[in-house]
Design a protein around this ligand. Structure first.
Ligand SMILES: C[S@@+](CC[C@H](N)C(=O)[O-])C[C@H]1O[C@@H](n2cnc3c(N)ncnc32)[C@H](O)[C@@H]1O
Length: 247
């Protein structure tokens, strides 16, 4: 069954996808909505804490705005903050992000461990993008923030990559829209391919859990089934949504 956190204004809070850095509301309001979502996640045991270093987050946000080439994105400022904060709290040593387009969603995750807003050290943070030109752009963007290579982009099918990745995955982020007309239903293929490498306590994030809930129904049924995941919460901080699941 769905468990949901909703910001009261999730249906009216909107962005222009071609102006990714435009502020949509007072910072205090953004901070409070995300804080409420984090408290809900902590209250359900999905996260062990609900607080994060806001100064580091704002340094990360500024660095992305100054250096990334982002043709469009559906990641709102609230979602950027929520994803970054989840990573800053959970601190995955190894993170896999599937379907990263120009790298913006990837760096929302990886930016907690690399670049000017880093709050911990990771071992391997991989973004997987199936379109080689987009993977190349994402890699260029990521190199602007992380010269070390801890955060890296691979041009590949995320289903095959997840199946072959040889290490435990502490956090899996899903945003691929499926090659060959499969659409976002591919999330289930990716989580199944990664399953044996997701240890107990791993976090799985799925973007578009609100606006594409119908396409994602088999995935959402899977993560909301207590036989598969210990807990799962649909965070409607905006109209796109993020399903946050704990294995
Ligand atoms: C819609 S975009 C994600 C954009 C992101 N939500 C944002 O707002 O910035 C989805 C990306 O997934 C990629 N993709 C689709 N199927 C994939 C797969 N099987 N493996 C890796 N990437 C995939 C697409 O090429 C596309 O760049």
């Amino acid at each position: 069954m769905e468990q949901r956190f909703e910001a009261p204004d999730w249906q009216t809070y909107r962005m222009d996808m071609r102006s990714p850095h435009r502020q949509l509301e007072p910072l205090e309001r953004e901070r409070e909505v995300v804080a409420e979502a984090l408290r809900e996640l902590a209250g359900r045991g999905i996260l062990h804490a609900a607080t994060y270093d806001e100064g580091a987050f704002l340094r990360f946000r500024e660095a992305v705005a100054a250096s990334f080439e982002i043709p469009w994105t559906a990641i709102t400022p609230r979602m950027q903050r929520l994803i970054w904060a989840i990573n800053a709290i959970r601190r995955p040593k190894r993170m896999l992000a599937a379907g990263v387009f120009c790298g913006n969603t990837f760096i929302c995750n990886a930016g907690a461990a690399v670049g000017p807003g880093a709050v911990y050290s990771a071992e391997d943070l991989v973004g997987v993008e199936i379109v080689p030109e987009e993977a190349a752009r994402a890699e260029r963007n990521v190199r602007m923030l992380d010269p070390t290579g801890t955060a890296r982009i691979v041009a590949a099918d995320a289903v095959a990559f997840a199946a072959e990745y040889g290490h435990p995955i502490d956090l899996l982020y899903l945003d691929a829209d499926g090659a060959g007309g499969r659409g976002k239903g591919v999330y289930l293929d990716i989580v199944e391919a990664a399953w044996d490498r997701l240890p107990k306590g791993a976090i799985v994030l799925a973007h578009n859990s609100v606006n594409l809930a119908d396409t994602l129904r088999y995935y959402l049924e899977f993560v909301r089934d207590p036989r598969n995941m210990a807990a799962s919460l649909n965070c409607a901080v905006d109209g796109e949504g993020l399903e946050v699941s704990l294995k």
